[in-house]
Design a protein around this ligand. Structure first.
Ligand SMILES: [Ca+2]
Ligand SMILES: [Ca+2]
Length: 247
């Protein structure tokens, strides 16, 4: 009878050991996320930074570029396991950029990924094209509203606006005192050169007889607030310029 109990206890102990061993060897849980490739080695094997996760790619990692780019900035689905303190990549699959832009909390935007929007403004009649206010909106011009300018033009008329690459501007507005405000839809960060028309003296965004009359009233005077070309004198040049833009 005693022997029977000893054998039973031994069997129980064996069963417990086997169970705990099985648990220790159980497969680590796979984590899956969609995020942008921040950095990666030239060859596939090595440490990749995907979103906020440093992950080791080995020769066993399955890599598919099928749906998108595997270059830096590309969007991917990453499956990985944590072994000790190391993240081991099981699978990296390229995805369409929209997958990473869908607001997934794991799709950490890369703060260093910026796009520079740039263009050049000509203020008609002037040699110094500085001071024009540049507004950009992510809305098309049909619905865009503007509160604060993002940049002003330099003396040569150039302007730059740096924004996260995820921000896509669709409408540009340029305004400068004495000039007609211009608003146009844009499709590229490289914006074609723009000329602002001079002559809107009273700022109602129309050049008409009211503006011409004001210029005429200050003819031959140094009157900076209506001096279209800012040359220190209201003269025939200012009148002709305004008249050429008469609406
Ligand atoms: Ca006007
Ligand atoms: Ca003038």
């Amino acid at each position: 009878m005693k022997l029977y109990y000893i054998i039973l206890l031994q069997l129980l102990a064996l069963a417990l050991i086997t169970t705990s061993a099985t648990q220790a060897q159980s497969t680590p849980e796979t984590t899956s996320l969609q995020a942008t490739i921040i950095s990666r080695p030239t060859n596939n094997v090595g440490t990749w930074l995907i979103g906020a996760v440093n992950v080791e790619v080995t020769n066993e990692t399955q890599i598919f570029a099928s749906n998108g780019s595997l270059e830096v900035g590309g969007c991917v689905t990453l499956d990985y396991v944590v072994v000790g303190t190391t993240n081991i990549a099981l699978k990296i699959q390229g995805e369409a950029a929209t997958v990473c832009n869908s607001g997934e909390p794991t799709a950490t935007p890369n703060p260093s990924s910026e796009t520079t929007w740039q263009g050049k403004i000509e203020l008609q009649g002037r040699t110094d094209h500085s001071g024009a206010a540049i507004f950009l909106s992510e809305q098309p011009c049909s619905t865009a509203t503007f509160n604060q300018s993002q940049a002003v033009s330099a003396a040569d008329g150039t302007f730059q606006v740096s924004a996260p690459s995820s921000q896509i501007f669709q409408c540009l507005q340029v305004s400068n005192a004495l000039y007609l405000t211009l608003r146009q839809d844009i499709t590229s960060p490289m914006i074609a050169p723009i000329t602002l028309k001079a002559g809107d003296v009273n700022g109602d965004n129309i050049i008409n007889i009211l503006d011409i009359a004001t210029l005429a009233a200050h003819y031959d005077q140094n009157y900076p607030s209506v001096d279209l070309n800012a040359d220190g004198k209201i003269d025939i040049f200012d009148l002709v310029t305004a008249a050429s833009n008469f609406q």
